[in-house]
Design a protein around this ligand. Structure first.
Ligand code: ADP
Ligand code: ZN
Length: 526
């Protein structure tokens, strides 16, 4: 069956989302993949669809027991034979599940990493036709990642024990470049197709504030936005209690959530927020897992979280309905100290050996540093986040507090025309540097020897700083007016869209650092 048919018949959807078809095609071509997509982007379909195309069984390794159960239930409800094996099953149930699996009753089997080397299970795997091994939450294999799970290191050994090497697909919502490399290495992915997509949430605006009085900033915001529903995240239960009772005392319609409350109260407060009986939820990071409220208009962080993964996940609960929403981080120097203490004092993780624990902590400190830089940078905040997650960016988003303060929208039509026509006249034979040198009228030996000073666009941008031209060229590449070849020395070529500028006079603008009278960029000076 074709992938689109499967999508429709088993899942009831008509079209794939960004990245899904590409991932599925790679897998079906027998290529390992690593998909880095945020929560909710639709990772599951990327392995569930190929699992139905493959002749054999797909083994999905997942650490989240509750998620496993949900996914298996959803698959079974869609008519896909699936099962899970984890610590919630009794040994009789496990034996039964393995027995069923041996009799080819399942197409997809979920297993917790700790179960992989159960002798009966391993034996079953070795005797079966395993087409694919999918590793969900793949960042758990890395000490650089959040929630490092030593049992993830077993996955590779198990795969090596299989008679035929299956396709390996790995997925995660959070992977910095270190984590990405760890996943590839520790799972032995072979020349994987890596896809990082879906991190940019255009409807979210980002803001960092450093107020002397955080509480005052919150109530000012709430007063200015009286009809909006939102979450205020605090780092400790104590702060949740304080902020929530002050808000209620000041007449705001607020409720609270943290792990210290009874389950009954947590459920009640959560429902009050979900069903719009309370507008503001003051909570620790215990709140939000699996919560899908579409009309969250703001997420305020009363304290800086310990890393950008946490921050972006929590902030990302705003604006699920696609309408504009605000993510505001209230930074205070104390937040760094609190987080440092939290990292230093966590000593009871997964029975980790002291040496390993120290390494993990070191990496957490490193991630805390990057979170802290976010609060101090004067560059585009969205770009900072997207870069952290490894996604391509355009530089200035125009929808964050730094862009609004430091950047302005600039008409670049004329400059883009000059650049594109220069590239045309250079017959698309050179790299970015030569294009810039030609435009700026360089007298370098190379330029003169090649006779580039004779072409018509030589020197027409002589007054423009090299950096500016380079920024515009990068922008034109990202917007697909230009393309860079994949060779050792990349050559700039005109892409199909360049016609829009060269022939149809399309207007182009981009966000650039604001220039002051002296021509210095304020962004740099700040
Ligand atoms: P993730 O694992 O990335 O967090 P899920 O796989 O759970 O995300 O998907 C999130 C939601 O999006 C699910 O409700 C899923 O059914 C839905 N979804 C996934 N792919 C599509 C699609 N192509 N069209 C419509 N809905 C989709
Ligand atoms: Zn920005």
């Amino acid at each position: 069956m074709l992938k689109n048919q499967i999508l429709k018949q088993y899942f009831g959807y008509d079209t794939f989302r960004e990245g899904q078809a590409e991932m599925i095609d790679s897998i079906l071509n027998g290529r390992d993949v690593l998909g880095i997509m945020p929560t909710g982007a639709g990772k599951s379909l990327c392995f569930q669809v190929p699992a139905l195309v493959f002749s054999g069984i797909t083994l999905v390794v997942s650490p989240l027991i509750s998620l496993m159960r949900d996914q298996v239930q959803a698959l079974v409800a869609n008519g896909i034979p699936a099962a899970f094996i984890n610590s919630t099953l009794s040994s009789a149930q496990t034996a039964k599940a393995i027995d069923n699996a041996r009799n080819n009753k399942y197409k997809i089997i979920y297993a917790a990493p700790e179960r992989l080397d159960l002798p009966e299970f391993l034996e079953f795997l070795q005797r079966s036709d395993i087409s694919m091994v999918t590793v969900d939450e793949a960042h758990c294999v890395s000490q650089w990642g959040q929630n490092f799970r030593p049992s993830y290191l077993k996955i590779r050994d198990v795969i090596e024990k299989l008679p035929k090497r299956p396709v390996i697909s790995a997925f995660t919502a959070t992977a910095t470049s270190e984590v990405k490399e760890d996943i590839i290495r520790l799972l032995s992915l072979s020349e994987p197709g890596v896809l990082i997509t879906g991190f940019n949430r255009e409807n979210l605006s980002f803001e960092v504030k450093k107020p002397a009085d955080k509480y005052r900033t919150v109530i000012t915001y709430l007063k200015e936005n009286p009809d909006k529903s939102g979450i205020i995240y605090c780092s400790t239960r104590k702060t949740v209690e304080e902020v929530c009772s002050r808000l209620i005392g000041d007449g705001f319609n607020a409720t609270r959530y943290h792990a210290g409350l009874t389950e009954e109260e947590r459920t009640r407060n959560q429902d009050d927020f979900l069903y719009d009986r309370k507008a503001v939820m003051v909570a620790t990071n215990a709140f939000g897992m699996g919560i899908d409220k579409s009309n969250v208009a703001f997420v305020i962080h009363y304290n800086m979280p310990k890393n950008l993964e946490s921050y972006y996940q929590e902030a990302g609960r705003a604006g699920r309905d696609g309408t504009p929403a605000e993510c505001i981080l209230l930074y205070g120097g104390q937040d760094v100290i609190t987080n440092q203490l939290l990292i230093d004092s966590a000593n009871d993780r997964d029975e980790m050996e002291p040496k390993m624990l120290e390494l993990v902590k070191e990496k957490e400190r490193e991630r805390l540093k990057k979170m802290t830089y976010y609060c101090h940078t004067s560059d585009c905040l969205r770009e900072y986040i997207l870069k952290y997650f490894g996604e391509r960016t355009v530089g200035f988003c125009g929808n964050c507090s730094n862009c609004n303060d430091n950047f302005e929208k600039t008409d670049i039509t004329e400059q883009a025309q000059m650049i594109l026509s220069c590239i045309a006249r250079l017959k698309e034979r050179f790299g970015i540097k030569m294009v810039i040198d030609t435009l700026r009228g360089s007298k370098s030996e190379k330029v003169l020897k090649l006779g580039l000073d004779k072409i018509k666009t030589y020197g027409i941008m002589s007054g423009v700083p090299e950096k500016r031209i380079r920024d515009i060229i990068h922008y034109l590449v990202l917007q697909e007016y230009l393309l860079l070849t994949n060779s050792e020395f990349p050559v700039v070529k005109l892409a199909a869209r360049s016609k829009e500028v060269l022939q149809d006079n399309a207007k182009l603008s981009m966000k650039m650092p604001r220039e002051n009278e002296a021509g210095n960029s304020l962004a740099k000076a700040a």
